[in-house]
Design a protein around this ligand. Structure first.
Ligand code: LLP
Length: 442
């Protein structure tokens, strides 16, 4: 099996994360539980920053916090000197609660509301990544009314189709995100923004998709944006000082995935930018990136307790766990593949493959179709790897299942950072009919 980050097996044959025995974690906090290897997060953050430093490029590495948003992870991001990409008022509110340095917050989204934009101005955040014409009008209006300036980037779609799941590509022309680079929309957005007294146009942004392995896609995107920057200089004598190339760096979920080290993608992109700045004698812009999955994805492991089993003779064995599509929708939504292990019996060889099913009332609620793990029995601890990105962030209360707890493990210590939902939490927004009728406030 493949170990991620600090994972090892201890003398009891238990999986450990950050030096912490996962069986102890399950006893302390219950299951399902998502355990994060914080040293791995820090290592990745440092590697991204180091890559820019080595290339002599000014940069911001913004954690794309949609992958996993919580106050504690924002605090770690801050400790590592990262910036933060938020995509909603809710993520921005979480950043404020974490007291994240406002000037390093970048605000994304294809349908930001007036209220969300006002919050961005209230908090004097670092930059708004403008996505569409109605947003341009709103940002200008707010800035003019308040007589306050705001830095912005123009999000463009470079027309690069990277091979990833259809639902998670964003850089192609037929996308709900951003201004098209080729049909004149990006130029029009530029004209509406570049000489406005309260708008500080920094440059351009693109994000071509997620879980991408090919370097060509990143290189092509960087080239497309640089071409446009050169054109704007010629036409308007405007110099972009920031080039944000998004995230999307693929990670290894299973042996089918063969990613490069995340920072290798960054090296590819920066080499294109540096070559083009030399060719066109363009001042080297600051490069910003927005990794999400590659910072938290393989740092997260979900621990479940095995429950009922079912044998379909000659077909397969099902083992059901105490979570499922509520804490990880990715297998059902994207046919995402994962690996697992029986965390309390790591030294036992694996047997015939089993199907790890969730506990939701839905046949499609299967986490792993064919898991090669030590034959699991009721009460075993099942670890599913690489669940740190887009799992808790996309969790639901389907079937009124409470969402899991989250613990950070580092230096042989563990710390609860998101508490488990209780049944009271699950009904906290419900208003009984009698109270609703009387219009009572709860
Ligand atoms: N920047 C922008 C503008 C994005 O839209 C995204 C992801 C990122 C950065 C971070 O991408 P990453 O480095 O994490 O690949 N729910 C899907 C993924 C959706 C990605 C959305 N945007 C999944 O579970 O695979």
């Amino acid at each position: 099996m493949h170990f991620y980050g600090t994972q090892t097996v201890n003398e009891k044959g238990h999986l450990t994360i950050g030096g912490v025995d996962t069986v102890d974690l399950a006893h302390s906090y219950g299951t399902p539980l998502i355990a994060y290897d914080i040293a791995l997060f820090r290592e990745r953050a440092k590697a991204f920053k180091e890559t820019f430093k080595n290339a002599g490029i000014q940069a911001q590495v913004a954690y794309a916090s949609k992958a996993f948003s919580s106050i504690a992870i924002y605090e770690v991001a801050q400790q590592e000197g990262l910036s933060l990409d938020v995509v909603s008022g809710g993520e921005l509110y979480t950043a404020i609660a974490a007291d994240f340095p406002r000037e390093r917050i970048h605000f994304h989204g294809n349908n930001k509301s007036y209220t969300e934009l006002q919050l961005a101005f209230d908090e004097k955040i670092g930059c708004i990544v403008i996505d569409n014409f109605s947003e341009i009008a709103m940002v200008k209006e707010i800035a003019e009314i308040r007589k306050e300036s705001m830095k912005v980037l123009i999000r463009v779609t470079p027309g690069v189709e990277a091979s990833t799941h259809n639902y998670i590509t964003t850089g192609q022309e037929d996308s709900k995100f951003g201004f098209d680079l080729k049909n004149g929309q990006a130029d029009e957005a530029f004209k509406q923004l570049y000489d406005h007294p309260y708008i500080g146009l920094l440059g351009m942004h693109c994000h071509i998709g997620s879980q991408i392995f090919e370097t060509d896609a990143f290189r092509l995107a960087a080239k497309a944006l640089m071409d446009k920057m050169v054109a704007w200089r010629e036409q308007h004598q405007f110099i972009c000082t920031v080039l944000n190339l998004g995230g999307g760096f693929g990670i290894r979920y299973t042996e089918e995935d063969e990613p490069l080290h995340p920072s290798a993608y960054v090296e590819e992109m920066t080499s294109v930018v540096l070559a083009m700045t030399r060719e066109f004698q363009y001042p080297i812009p600051e490069i910003w990136i927005e990794p999400g999955r590659s910072l938290v994805g393989d740092a997260g492991t979900t621990l479940y307790t095995a429950g009922s089993t079912k044998e379909v003779p000659g077909v397969r064995k099902y083992i059901a766990v105490d979570g499922g599509m509520t804490d990880n929708i990715r297998p059902a939504l994207y046919e995402a593949k994962y690996n697992a292990a029986t965390a309390n019996r790591m030294n036992v060889p694996h047997s015939d493959p089993v199907t790890i099913a969730g506990k939701c009332c839905e046949s499609g609620d299967k986490l792993i179709e064919e898991a090669f793990i030590a034959n699991p029995e009721e009460g075993d601890l099942i670890a599913i790897f690489c669940t740190g990105a887009y799992t808790y962030a996309m969790a639901s209360n389907y079937n009124r299942l409470p969402r899991p707890a989250i613990v950070f493990c580092e230096d042989s210590e563990h710390q609860l950072v998101v508490r488990r939902e209780t049944y009271e939490d699950v009904i906290r927004l419900d208003i009984p009919l009698q109270l609703a009728k009387r219009g009572e406030k709860i």
